[in-house]
Design a protein around this ligand. Structure first.
Ligand code: NAI
Length: 249
């Protein structure tokens, strides 16, 4: 990179699904985007899609100790960090009484603790820079009870809480903090969680007023809106992009 780009974004889990759609939308609209992911093959494909206005880094955000150096490296390479999308997430579907301590912690570590650590390191850069925008990816599990996803529900409900707390503490210093709560979106994650369980899928669709599953691009449009000047007065909120799922009967 010869000169500092005007805006730089980090999107975790940016090599597939919702993260890739967000990274693509950003990079196509003038935001230099660094997509972080674990899978080498998916990262190689993503790098091609992002083209010259983006790049990929192979990193595991669940490795908390490595996060400060990762953020330093991105900042050193591109000169600034304006946007962080905490999108990387994992799910585990298992009956409540069968979930082990380790399994519960594994989901919390990726979906919540890594979000905190990455945000903390990026916020240090944003404060020095005079501002930025952070988007966390929440879920319908933060709005109503879903069976057999206890750790995931705990992590996503906490995401709504840290969105409010971070916005309250950081907004006066120019950092907007918001969440997007997707409904049921067609990705690898729902392929595993829903397509193998037709009854659950029928239930999910039964309360989705629009009547069909969303696309990763639906979430990307909202993410792009949240980092645009049109959203300058929006902070501390969670926007549901769910086809009416959270309010459906
Ligand atoms: P996905 O499984 O297609 O993508 C998640 C990405 O995150 C994958 O590329 C995965 O490799 C990456 N990732 C996971 N753990 C990581 C780690 N430790 N370090 C680096 N990368 C890691 O799933 P999808 O559906 O695109 O999910 C994205 C986010 O949206 C997640 O936070 C998920 O909980 C959330 N979400 C998805 C919904 C859906 O219907 N698909 C609904 C509500 C929320």
């Amino acid at each position: 990179m010869s000169s500092t780009p005007s805006r730089v974004a980090i999107v975790t889990g940016g090599a597939s699904g919702i993260g890739l759609a967000i990274a693509t939308k950003f990079s196509q609209n003038g935001i230099f985007t660094v997509a972080i992911g674990r899978d080498e093959a998916k990262l190689a494909k993503a790098k091609e899609i992002l083209g010259s206005n983006g790049t990929t880094i192979q990193a595991d955000v669940a490795d908390l100790a490595s996060i400060p150096a990762l953020v330093e490296k991105i900042h050193a390479n591109y000169g600034r960090i304006d946007i962080l999308v905490n999108n990387a997430g994992i799910n585990q579907k298992k009956p409540f009484t069968e979930v082990t301590d380790e399994e519960f912690q594994r989901v919390i570590n990726t979906n919540l603790t890594a979000v905190f650590v990455l945000s903390r390191e990026v916020v240090k850069k944003m404060l020095a820079q005079g501002g930025g925008s952070i988007i966390h990816i929440s879920s319908m599990t933060a709005y109503y009870g879903l069976p057999k996803v206890i750790a995931y529900s705990a992590s996503k409900t906490a995401i709504e809480g840290i969105t409010r707390a971070m916005a309250t503490e950081l907004s006066a210093q120019g950092i907007q903090v918001n969440a997007i709560a997707p409904g049921f979106i067609v990705t690898d994650m729902t392929d595993k969680a829903l397509n193998a369980d037709p009854e659950r899928k029928a239930k999910a669709m039964g309360r989705t007023s629009i009547g069909y599953m969303g696309k990763p691009e639906d979430i990307a449009e909202t993410a792009y809106f949240l980092v645009s000047p049109a959203a300058a007065y929006i902070t501390g909120t969670s926007i549901r992009v769910d086809g009416g799922n959270a309010v459906g009967f």
